[in-house]
Every structure is written in structure tokens, then in C-alpha cells.
Design a binder for this molecule. Structure first.
Ligand SMILES: Cc1ncc(COP(=O)(O)O)c(C=O)c1O
Length: 423
């Protein structure tokens, strides 16, 4: 059944009316705070109270997984319950969420496809671009496996050549230089993490985008660590594509994410997977056309409850204030940095330059296994950090977000000092 016939059938069966009435807010749950989108977020105490995080452990691994807030959980539950009562896919709820997401990233709704995680979004791009043996792709050595493996796979499968550059924590100019030193006439794709998972380094995306465009190279951004941590306008940044997770700094439901593809370049990304909803029309065995948007990368039955939960996550961030969130996290990281500046035998791996530093702060104790340090922080001081074993960095990473406050940052700095002194 093609798309138009499917919609007509839904309408004729009356399911459209049921789905539509819920969309208009006439469900049993319309009065709940999750749907009305009004939360008290004036103080950080109030924001913290929206999360169920246990109080006896300070969770500092939002860069790994950002727990969903209560309003998000409520929305997922309510939508799941509605569907259990009524049935239906509720795919019509994707459109309003897509609009919210598009406004959030400064793009058009038809430039966004919902995926399950950042890795899948990165794979949509890496598997979809038409590349031949010997074509080159350049990315940074600190890329997360969710960003790098997709290209390693193309290297293995198709002979595409992977080239990596070492990021510099010294300056954005140095990074630009190091990246473009790797670029040759065969370079077809550049990818960077918007913010690296290792040290929280922020790449200068607009500068890279301008140079990539000048050279006619596709520029993809792995935004797993940036969406929800800092405000983002993808049109201003100027990349061709961007992928992110909903379950990190956005605090959306687990297994949510999205990929953005600039509309004018959409046809350059072949679909690796298709199914109902990818197509505009078909007639077996002769006709198959894609829907004219990035939505073609969505296919088959999806969990509408997760998608609307993600919408609530966007709304909550908007309400708290996106610049306020970014400033809050960065200032807590700064507080820790200052608290650790005098600690002997400790090395800060995150950039010192404020333009490149984010809400992530990573340090190491040279000569001491990062696991020993993070275990000390966890067992003796109840801080959940993340070790950075990639590229032999031997670091300990802390992610500072909306549920933390100054007192947490000060306690953490004190705990690190105490652990280092005991080594
Ligand atoms: C930069 C980066 N890319 C990709 C990923 C993978 O994210 P996901 O598990 O949502 O696919 C991560 C996860 O930490 C990451 O930090």
C-alpha cells in the first residue's frame, strides 16, 4: 500500500480521527504537566527535582547517557498507554516532533530523519554517500566508535581510505591546519565530532564548513556530545549533515536520535534501509520513488512514544534556556578546573581556551591507571565518572549538566584532590 492510499485507509477506518483527536490534546492525559509543557525551571534546584537521579551518587556521565527527566518519562508512558488502549502506530505524531526538532536546530522539518542513536545517524551518511575505492575520508583520532566505525566499515567494505588527524587542544586555527594538512585531491568527506567525547574539545564547525565547501568536500558533523549541551543552529554552522543522540545531553528517551541532511544535498545520500514511509509511491515491480525529504531514511513501524518523549525533551531544554544550560555546565567545569589547578601530578586534558572548552572536563594522573582514579572517585566519594582509555589518553571525564550545582563541582574537585593525594 503506498503512502497516499495508506493515509486514505487510515482516515476511512476512523483511526485517523482517533489519532487526530489525541493530537488536539483531547486525550485523558492532556491536563498532565508532561503534555502541557509547563515546568518550574527557574532555579537549578527546581530543574534537579525533575530528574529521578539518586541522591547518594553524583552522576557525571551525561556524555555516556543522559537520564530522561520525569516529564519525558511521563510523556513516553502516557503515549505508550494511549497506544495500548487504542492501537495504531501514531506515526502522525512524528510531524509535530519533527517541527520542534527543526526549530531547535535551525533547519527545516524535511531535513530531519529520526533514528535510534547517533551511530545510526552517522551510518546513514557514511553508508549512503557514493564513494569509490581510493576516495578519502578525514576525521579526528578522538572520534568515538559511533562516529569512526562507520568509516572503518567503508574502508573494509569498499576500499575507502580513512585518514585521521590528531586534534589540538591549543587553538582552533591549529585544528584547522591539522585537519586540512590531511586533505588531498582524493578527499571526499570530512567528519569531526562537534564536541569530542574524550576531552570535550569544541571544533570550530563554521570555519571547517567554509573551507570544506570551498573545496567541494562533504562535511559531516557527529553531534552526539553537542545537542543539548550548547545551542546549535545548523544552517549557521554550515555543515552538510549532522547526527546526534537524544539520550545524552538532551535527556530524551533511550534509543532516540536524529540525522540532519541539508535539503539541497539530500539526493546524494542513498538510502541504506527503506520500508513503508520511505517511499512516495510504488507499483510493483516497476515504480519506486522516495519521499522528497530526509524522512526517506525512516522506515517501518517506529515507537511514537519515544519520538514524542524526545519532543518533550526539546521543550524542557527550551524552557530552561539553551544558553543558560551551556553556561551552567561550562561554569561548573571551570570551577572544577580552578579547583584542580594547584594539584600536583595532575594534568588537565581538556582545552584551556574557553572558545574550545565545553561542559566536559577530563584530567589524568600521569603514571596512574585512570581506572584506579575513577574507582577511587566512585567508591570513596560516590562520583560516577567515565574513564577515557581511547588513544592511550588514560583520562577521567566528568560531564556537567542541568542537574548539577556549584556545591557538586566543589565537592568533586575536593574528591579528586583527595584521591590524587592518596595514590
Ligand atoms: C561523539 C560520539 N559519537 C557517537 C556516539 C555514539 O552515540 P550513540 O550510542 O547514541 O550511538 C557517542 C557516544 O558517546 C559519542 O560521544
Amino acid at each position: 500500500m503506498d503512502r497516499k492510499r495508506f493515509i486514505m485507509t487510515i482516515a476511512a477506518s476512523g483511526a485517523g480521527a482517533i489519532v487526530g483527536s489525541n493530537l488536539l490534546g483531547k486525550s485523558d492525559f492532556a491536563a498532565s504537566s508532561a503534555l502541557s509543557g509547563k515546568w518550574d525551571t527557574e532555579s537549578w534546584d527546581q530543574v534537579r527535582s525533575l530528574f529521578r537521579l539518586r541522591s547518594n551518587v553524583t552522576y557525571l556521565n551525561t556524555g555516556g547517557l543522559g537520564p530522561a527527566s520525569q516529564p519525558v518519562l511521563d510523556r513516553v508512558f502516557e503515549q505508550s498507554q494511549t497506544q495500548a488502549q487504542i492501537g495504531e502506530h501514531y506515526h502522525n505524531l512524528f510531524a509535530p516532533t519533527r517541527e520542534t526538532a527543526a526549530a531547535f536546530f535551525g533547519v527545516k522539518p524535511n531535513e530531519i530523519a529520526f533514528v535510534r542513536n547517533a551511530s545510526e545517524g552517522n551510518s546513514v551518511i557514511s553508508s549512503g554517500l557514493s564513494l569509490k575505492k581510493g576516495d578519502e575520508v578525514v576525521f579526528e583520532s578522538h572520534a568515538h566508535p559511533g562516529g569512526s566505525f562507520a568509516w572503518m566499515n567503508r574502508q573494509k567494505r569498499d576500499g575507502v581510505k580513512v585518514k585521521i588527524f590528531e586534534p589540538s587542544s591549543a587553538s582552533s586555527e591549529e585544528n584547522l591546519q591539522r585537519l586540512f594538512d590531511k586533505v588531498t585531491k582524493r578527499t571526499r568527506v570530512i567528519q569531526v565530532s562537534h564536541i569530542t567525547a574524550t576531552t570535550g574539545l569544541i571544533f570550530d564547525i563554521s570555519a571547517i564548513a567554509a573551507e570544506a565547501r570551498r573545496r567541494g568536500i562533504w562535511f559531516h558533523v557527529d553531534g552526539a556530545q553537542s545537542a543539548g549541551m550548547i545551542p546549535i543552529n545548523l544552517k549557521e554552522l554550515g555543515c552538510d549533515s549532522y547526527a546526534t543522540s537524544g539520550h545524552k545531553w538532551l535527556n530524551g528517551p533511550i534509543e532516540t536520535g536524529l540525522v540532519y541532511i541539508a535539503a539541497e544535498r539530500n539526493d546524494e545520500v542513498t538510502c541504506s534501509y527503506v520500508g513503508a514511509y520511505s517511499n512516495d509511491e510504488y507499483e510493483l515491480p516497476s515504480t519506486f520513488t522516495y519521499v522528497d525529504s530526509a524522512v526517506r531514511h525512516e522506515y517501518g513501524t517506529r515507537n511514537a512514544a519515544s519520538v514524542v518523549g524526545l519532543q518533550t525533551a526539546f521543550e524542557l531544554q527550551n524552557q530552561i534556556g539553551r544558553q543558560r544550560i551551556a553556561d551552567h555546565g561550562a561554569s561548573l567545569a571551570q570551577l572544577v578546573l580552578e579547583g584542580l589547578s594547584e594539584v600536583k601530578g595532575l594534568e588537565i586534558l581538556s582545552p584551556v581556551d574557553l572558545a574550545m572548552r565545553s561542559s566536559i572536563l577530563t584530567f589524568r594522573v600521569p603514571g596512574v591507571d585512570c581506572l584506579t582514579v575513577s574507582r577511587g572517585l566512585s567508591e570513596e566519594h560516590k562520583f560516577r565518572t567515565r574513564v577515557v582509555t581511547e588513544r592511550g589518553l588514560n583520562g577521567v571525564r566528568a560531564s556537567w549538566h542541568v542537574y548539577h550545582q556549584e556545591a557538586d563541582a566543589l565537592r568533586y574537585a575536593e574528591a579528586v584532590r583527595s584521591v590524587v593525594a592518596s595514590l
